[in-house]
Design a protein around this ligand. Structure first.
Ligand code: BG6
Length: 296
């Protein structure tokens, strides 16, 4: 059996011989589905997510670039919409490689996507006038999903950017979830006046949670999501120093038109790997690379 890759003008699907699959929308290069071999979804995607390019996708893995949230005090990105334009731009599918074609013995597929200044709408170009390229790869193996980004400054002036992979993980019951790997880490608590706090022990969710952690142990130390004590997802980062933990809980979910079902907050937790504290400064011609691997 071979890896089966299908694509049309709006999305790319890949299925491994062993049955695991992914789907990536060209809109935002958003991973909208990651299924195990039995067809069970591992990512959370809102029933009301817009998949027609009219709004950033609520769920899956939207990409945040070149600004996380909004940055009113950062002149170069202050005019951009929340989380920038990568998640609302139409990316190009650059091709794929499989374990067969690369001679690797593992059963895997890598899908490559690209976005550069020429793909942007005139409006985005005006708001962020820097020649750049993003090369994004999505790698599926039977027991992991990897996402990696290379940002290149194609211009002759420096620019500053932030990057985040806004992963919505699917869980059975948020009240039974615990997140380890963030012990003793500083975080900015966005639901408490952006105060800086220190995590003690594991993270559990019992209300609206919106925190920007800088894990004390560094990117290669895994952040593990467990349910009822059993590990369900292990996230290892490469060169992405920060981890956002987000769950909108009842009221925030109620206020989001594209968040359905309304009690869907019970079935998701966002563990978002990124470089969002401060700015990555890229000199002319420079590149920044960051990646994550989510293992099950
Ligand atoms: C998180 C932010 O990364 O994304 C939250 O920390 C934000 O503050 C959330 O609410 C969702 O953002 P959006 O723009 O997709 O509604």
């Amino acid at each position: 059996a071979q890896v089966n890759i299908t694509h049309d003008n709006s999305r790319v699907n890949a299925v491994l011989p062993s049955g695991e699959s992914i789907e990536v929308l060209l809109y935002g290069a958003t991973v909208t589905s990651w299924k195990d071999r039995a067809g069970n979804e591992r990512l959370w995607l809102s029933d009301a997510a817009k998949l027609d390019g009219s709004k950033a996708v609520r769920g899956g893995i939207p990409l945040v670039f070149p600004v996380f949230g909004t940055a009113p005090d950062h002149a170069a990105t202050s005019k951009l919409p929340q989380h920038g334009f990568a998640r609302t731009s139409i990316w190009e599918f650059m091709g794929s490689s499989t374990s067969e074609s690369t001679g690797k013995s593992d059963n895997s597929v890598k899908l490559d996507f690209g976005l550069s200044q020429s793909n942007l709408t005139d409006e985005s170009k005006k708001l962020w006038p820097h020649p750049f390229s993003l090369q994004y790869s999505v790698t599926l193996t039977p027991d992991s999903l990897g996402t990696g980004m290379v940002i290149t400054n194609q211009g002759d002036q420096p620019f500053e950017a932030q990057l985040l992979m806004h992963t919505y993980l699917r869980v059975k019951d948020i009240t039974k979830v615990s997140v380890t790997g963030l012990e003793e880490s500083d975080y900015v608590d966005k639901v408490d006046a952006a105060k800086t706090k220190k995590q003690s022990g594991t993270v559990t969710i019992s209300g609206e949670t919106d925190r920007v952690y800088t894990p004390a142990k560094g990117p290669s130390h895994p952040v593990v999501v467990s349910e009822g004590g059993a590990a369900t997802f292990t996230v290892v980062r490469d060169n992405l120093d920060d981890v956002v933990v987000w769950n909108p809980w009842i009221e925030k979910a109620a206020g989001m038109g594209d968040f359905e079902p309304k009690d869907g907050y019970k079935n998701m937790i966002c563990i978002e790997a990124g470089a969002v504290k401060g700015w990555q400064k890229l000199e002319a011609g420079d590149a920044f690379e960051g990646a994550q691997v989510i293992s099950v």
